[in-house]
Design a protein around this ligand. Structure first.
Ligand SMILES: Cc1cc2nc3c(=O)[nH]c(=O)nc-3n(C[C@H](O)[C@H](O)[C@H](O)COP(=O)(O)OP(=O)(O)OC[C@H]3O[C@@H](n4cnc5c(N)ncnc54)[C@H](O)[C@@H]3O)c2cc1C
Length: 306
């Protein structure tokens, strides 16, 4: 019930405006968001890299409604790629197609991302196209495939599959047959039962099933989860099946289970942390609260502590 409440709140425009412009809202976001400026993001990235952890940076924003906003996102991502290269950070970028204008003009979004990918290829970096709600699933996969097919671009672009989606096993098989890099997560949006598993045990079982399929594919994939039980099962299975740690990486979100992130690195597993930054943090924070409503108390305690 609380999950549905927070996901509902994540879509409220008036609350979003209030939260993003209030100082208490900004304090709340700090637990999961690296700051509002590029400089703050880069400092957080450097600090995480020093722990032996790779990074994927994300400029928060989604469902932009004007061309200017989309072009602004484009410019910011070019700046991020430039800084990653200049500072030799162990980092790539994650972006959302609706942040690049998909809702207003599909061609605009495609042109922006193609151009960003040209930049990423030139500096030998990588772009991850995040997966949003189900209205965007097919378009995200189609576009990723199209980009991946461009000669020389193959290893530089990948996307995300969500284990709550019933279609994910089929999508994973087909993307793997094309050698496309996948980040597997459970899924953060509200989807109807016709297309998505609802009970958590089914989402988890599908996660493990698809994760094993990915790790057998010979392509480098990312397993994005904080679920300790699943991580243990994957580690045991990888050892038994002789899948080396260099063949994949675990991924987690900034500010969540830092203890587990460091333990995995010490054990020799690859680890990447997704670091979001920017002023438009409200929907992102609400989705994190939906995953773990107890975070409300955790955040409140931190604010009271000052
Ligand atoms: C690197 C990365 C990228 C992602 N990209 C996408 C994407 O493109 N599209 C998309 O739909 N979703 C994305 N997600 C979110 C994902 O779908 C889940 O909503 C989120 O990761 C929570 O699921 P879980 O696998 O951690 O498992 P859960 O079953 O939700 O949680 C397992 C355990 O992890 C811990 N935990 C989980 N979430 C939190 C939290 N917010 N705060 C504190 N502890 C927590 C708790 O201890 C919990 O018991 C991404 C997640 C990660 C890690």
């Amino acid at each position: 019930m609380l999950r549905a409440l927070f996901i509902g709140l994540s879509e409220s425009k008036s609350l979003r405006h209030f939260a993003e412009s209030s100082s208490i809202g900004q304090k709340m976001s700090r637990r999961f968001v690296a700051g509002t400026t590029v400089e703050e993001l880069l400092q957080a990235t450097e600090a995480v890299n020093k722990l032996g952890i790779r990074v994927s940076v994300d400029n928060l924003g989604e469902n932009v409604t004007s061309r200017d906003e989309a072009l602004h996102s484009r410019d910011l991502y070019h700046q991020l790629l430039e800084e990653i290269d200049k500072r030799k950070l162990d980092a790539n970028v994650s972006l959302k197609l609706t942040h690049m204008g998909l809702d207003i003009d599909e061609k605009l979004a495609r042109d922006i991302v193609s151009e960003l990918l040209d930049h990423a290829v030139a500096i030998n970096s990588f772009i991850r196209i995040d997966m949003e709600g189900s209205p965007y699933t097919q378009r995200t996969l189609d576009f990723t495939r199209e980009l991946h097919r461009k000669p020389g671009y193959g290893g530089h672009v990948g996307t995300v599959l969500q284990s709550y989606m019933r279609r994910t096993e089929d999508d994973a098989k087909s993307l793997c047959s094309e050698g496309i890099r996948i980040r597997l997560c459970k899924g953060a949006y509200k989807e109807p039962p016709e297309i998505a598993f609802q009970p958590k045990p089914e989402v988890d079982a599908n996660y493990v099933n698809v994760a094993k399929l990915l790790l057998k594919s010979g392509t480098f994939h990312g397993l994005a989860t904080h679920d300790e039980r699943i991580i243990q099962e994957i580690k045991d299975w990888a050892r038994k099946e002789n899948v080396p740690p260099s063949a994949f990486e675990f991924q987690m979100l900034y500010g969540i289970r830092r203890d587990l992130q460091e333990t995995l690195v010490k054990e020799g597993w690859g680890m990447r942390v997704y670091i979001p930054f920017g002023t438009e943090w409200y929907p992102y924070l609400m989705r994190r609260l939906a995953e773990r409503p107890a975070n409300v108390f955790f955040i409140a305690k931190n604010i009271l502590r000052g």
